[in-house]
Write a protein that binds this ligand. Structure first.
Ligand code: ADP
Ligand code: ASP
Ligand code: MG
Length: 456
């Protein structure tokens, strides 16, 4: 059977009108379909805010949650259908209220994951009810029920594809064979010990890719609020254009280095099984969108395809005499970074220094760990905050002579200082670091020169 995984993001399920459009898209799709949803737009931020507030007003928070969902439901359902939805909603809300009041549960290191995953449990319910009122069989499943397994540290889960495959094919496949449309909550999986573990912000894309991998899907569709993967973030570069085709490496690099349209880890599960990944606009379903697949030829005549940026980063520079000749010190530094569990976005070395690019939020823990190193090995540790990474991607970029020179010439034109360069690690991308206050100018000038204009 042809199986399509269809994932709908927060704005696509954020209002009654949006949900109606989404239900139509699902119903009109041929073959077996597995739906994955994000929470309604704003809901995950609301949950995080409620938690950060120390659950000061659980009743008020529950009421706001109820009102937001009922406001939408009253526009979608009436009579018995509305009553049945209300019953399910209240049941889930009861569980959520309990969490807000349970001081003991709140001490669990995975509690935040459990609490902030609540939004997806509600949006899946609403969409399944809506599909049913339209005359099709549909069941809302939490990730626990569907069988999405995860492992790793809190708020940073990795899908366990083998375990997910075993269970999801047992639970979800028979539903498809019986003509049922399962609507699964995205964003998280469950550990072997039954703990809820989220995949990081925007994680429903990754959940959909993991389900696609587990079920050997024919394709995975990410339905969002723009026409596909674009040549830059359209909020930064208003004349950014949609890219029709990309290969997995190009999309993977861009997502990892800041293109918010895809969760940074979405590509790997689909790449492993050569599953095409589509990015489509739920507001304009007839637009062809972007397909990401094994693309061996250049799809257009431009060398540069897209530019992404990642802000809120810091450079940590560790100085030690002759570090280049003392690999054991490098090994110890890297070990300390691994202990801190931080993602390193770039590394650069010289004779007596090694510099790492990491997220601002990881600086404190990283310094704490690095300070455990033997002081006779390390001379100094410096931190430079407020930097941003620019990631320029295109097919075989580095085989084009003079490419970096042309790019840095353009960067110089906007007066930005390049703080760090990472080139050569992947042949589809050139990454470099600039001060945060000049990053949008840099992205705009690269886009204008090399994507819109005649450059390269
Ligand atoms: P969803 O809620 O559907 O998951 P997101 O907000 O996570 O949607 O991602 C879609 C947004 O990503 C777009 O509205 C756009 O502003 C932003 N974006 C950033 N970079 C790109 C890019 N290269 N192509 C398309 N959209 C991008
Ligand atoms: N709702 C989660 C978030 O806002 C996950 C997602 O939307 O993919 O990050
Ligand atoms: Mg998203």
């Amino acid at each position: 059977m042809i199986v399509t995984i269809m994932k709908f993001g927060g704005t696509s399920v954020g209002s009654a009108e949006a949900l109606k459009r989404v239900a139509k898209i699902i119903i009109e799709k041929d073959g077996g379909k597995v739906v994955v949803v994000s929470a309604m737009s704003g809901i995950t931020n609301f949950l995080i805010g409620t938690m950060e507030n120390g659950f000061k007003d659980p009743e008020g928070a529950a009421k706001l949650f109820y009102d937001r969902h009922m406001d939408v439901a009253e526009k979608l359902f009436e009579g018995k259908a509305l009553e049945s939805y209300k019953k399910d909603l209240n049941e889930r809300l009861g569980l959520m209220k309990k969490l807000m009041l349970d001081g003991e549960a709140q001490k669990d290191p995975y509690f935040e994951d459990l609490f902030i995953s609540q939004g997806e449990r509600f949006s899946s319910l609403t969409l399944a009810h809506l599909i049913r009122t339209m005359g099709f069989e549909s069941v809302a499943l939490t990730s626990e029920e569907a069988g999405i397994f995860a492992e790793g540290r809190p708020l940073n889960g990795t899908a366990d594809l083998d375990k997910t495959s075993l269970k999801i094919n047992m639970v979800v496949k028979p539903m498809l064979q019986n003509g049922i449309i399962p609507v699964i909550s995205g964003y998280y999986g469950v550990t072997d010990n039954g703990k809820v573990l989220t995949f990081g912000r925007g994680g429903s894309d990754y959940a959909a890719a993991a389900i696609g991998n587990a079920m050997n899907a024919s394709s995975v569709e990410i339905w969002t609020d723009v026409n596909g993967f674009m040549s830059a973030d359209p909020r930064v570069v208003p004349n950014a254009k949609t890219i029709k085709e990309m290969n997995y490496s190009e999309a993977g690099e861009l997502a990892y280095f800041g293109a918010k349209v895809l969760h940074p880890r979405t590509i790997e599960p689909v790449r492993r099984k050569h599953i095409p990944l589509w990015i489509k606009n739920s507001y304009d379903p007839s637009n062809c969108g972007t397909v990401i697949h094994n693309l061996s030829r250049r799809s257009d005549n431009k060398l540069l395809k897209s530019v992404a940026m990642k802000v809120d980063l810091s450079i940590i520079t560790v100085s030690a005499a002759d570090i280049a000749y003392r690999p054991i010190i490098v090994a110890r530094i890297v070990e300390k970074l691994a202990d801190a569990g931080v993602a390193v976005y770039a590394i650069s070395t010289s004779l007596s220094t090694i510099a790492f690019l990491i997220h601002n939020l990881d600086v404190k823990q990283t310094l704490k760990n690095l300070n455990l190193l033997d002081s006779k090995d390390i001379e100094r540790i410096d931190v430079k905050s407020n930097v941003a990474l620019v990631c320029a991607v295109g097919d075989s970029l580095l085989s084009y002579q003079g490419f970096s020179g042309d790019v840095f010439g353009a960067v110089k034109e906007v007066g930005a200082n390049v703080e760090m360069i990472s080139e050569g690690a992947s042949d589809v991308s050139l990454n470099f670091v600039v001060p945060t206050d000049s990053v949008t100018d840099v992205v705009k000038v690269l886009h204008q020169k090399f994507i819109v204009g005649e450059g390269i």
